[in-house]
Design a protein around this ligand. Structure first.
Ligand code: KG4
Ligand code: ZN
Length: 372
């Protein structure tokens, strides 16, 4: 079965072609293409994603990206058996471009349209690379919009914790901006921190942990973000630099290292609590911030110590892409979760969960309606 996956929830226009074969022991996947057209350069001069510009750029790119995905996969329209599209959460104008394109494509080809939640898609990237992943696992999604834990059972996601305010990626990007890093700052911060960790100076800088110390699986990144930004401003005042961007490289490296260390420590502390809370055997760590080398390393060490398997998608599948949308689509299709003609885009997670729950509630007792 060929699933065409489309993603346009933020600033990446992405499409992928996934060949899925259902066997007795689970799904086998062949990723035939995975094309991502990033708008990073367009938004960089504004220091963040400008929603109106993002929607327009998606509209300009979507047809070419879809055509490229089909060409690279060596398929034509008639080979597509289902279309999966991110319908929430995200920027509403951006989502609407992908949803409208996917609706038109599915309708023209008379194939099922599968509504995919972006957060669930991030976790589903692991299906493609970890065939041993059982039906029940713990997912930790760390991205520009989320830092959330999900208990996953047969591709049904239940949030069991997360950030009360900002997401980890947002904190990386805001701190990066104050230090003059190009948007989005996460990857550059990763490299700066690596250099800082080579020395011990960063250890003298103390920031508050993002992990809530109240027995919940919750985080707060806004306090940490503000503390780091205040620290940068104070350091600027005490130096000859005019802005955070002008601070000496070693000073920036130490701040990046201290910020990264407390972030990783806080996330791993809650990850450990979450794993122990429900005796999980497999952990999916996904989303753009899951590309962070320090977080991956610490999560790997933690999982080794706890005797559980860490399933973190490869770097290319951590950021937004259409392959993860198609992978989530395959799971939903198998359960019979197919969009109806009223399908719409939703900016919020609640809207997405509500629509998916409604579609699921209409299914008759047989979970695996489709033969995939
Ligand atoms: O999942 P994603 O591509 O988009 C959302 O769904 O939000 O995540 C984007 C976020 C940005 O905040 C970016 O700075 C961050 O992922 N990111 C990183 C790294 N690579 C990307 N954060 C920390 N370290 C990285 N290496
Ligand atoms: Zn994302």
């Amino acid at each position: 079965m060929i699933i065409f996956g489309m993603e346009s929830s933020c600033d990446d226009t992405a499409a992928a072609v996934l060949d899925v074969n259902h066997t007795e022991s689970g799904n086998e996947y062949r990723l035939l293409s995975n094309i991502v057209s990033s708008q990073t350069a367009i938004h960089a001069e504004y220091g963040g994603v400008v929603p109106e510009i993002a929607s327009r750029a998606h509209a300009e790119q979507v047809s070419a990206v879809a055509a490229e995905a089909m060409k690279k996969a060596g398929i034509t329209h008639s080979d597509i058996d289902a279309v999966a599209v991110t319908f929430a959460p995200g920027l509403i104008g951006s989502l609407l471009v992908g949803v409208s394109y996917a609706k038109a494509l599915a309708s023209a080809l008379d194939v099922p349209l599968i509504p995919v939640n972006h957060i669930e898609a991030h976790a589903s990237a692991a299906y493609l690379e970890y065939p041993e992943l059982p039906e029940s696992f713990l997912a930790l999604i760390v991205s520009g919009g989320h830092t959330s834990f999900y208990d996953v059972k047969d591709h049904v996601f239940t949030e069991i914790g997360g950030s009360r305010d900002d997401a980890a990626g947002e904190a990386f990007d805001k701190v990066g901006r104050v230090m003059g890093l190009p948007y989005p700052g996460g990857a550059a911060m990763d490299r700066l921190a690596a250099a800082g960790f080579e020395r011990d100076d960063w250890k003298a800088i103390k920031f508050p942990s993002p992990a809530m110390n109240d027995g919940t699986l919750e985080f707060s990144f806004s306090g940490l973000k503000t503390a780091v930004i205040n620290h940068i401003h104070k350091t600027v005042q005490r130096s000859e630099a005019a802005t955070g961007a002008d601070l000496p490289l070693n000073v920036k490296e130490d701040i990046a290292a201290a910020f990264t260390a407390i972030t990783v420590k806080g996330i791993c502390a809650k990850l450990e609590e979450a794993v122990i809370s429900n005796n999980y055997t497999h952990i999916v760590l996904a989303g753009g911030v899951a590309a962070n080398s320090h977080l991956r390393g610490a999560a790997e060490e933690l999982c080794l110590r706890l005797g559980v398997k860490l399933c973190a998608p490869s770097l290319a599948l951590c950021g937004d892409n259409g392959a993860m949308t198609a992978a989530a689509g395959a799971a939903l299709y198998r359960q019979g979760v197919i969009a109806d003609s009223r399908m719409n885009a939703f900016a919020s997670d609640e809207g997405a969960m509500g629509y998916l729950a409604e579609l699921r509630s209409r299914l008759d007792g047989s979970r695996h309606k489709n033969g995939l």
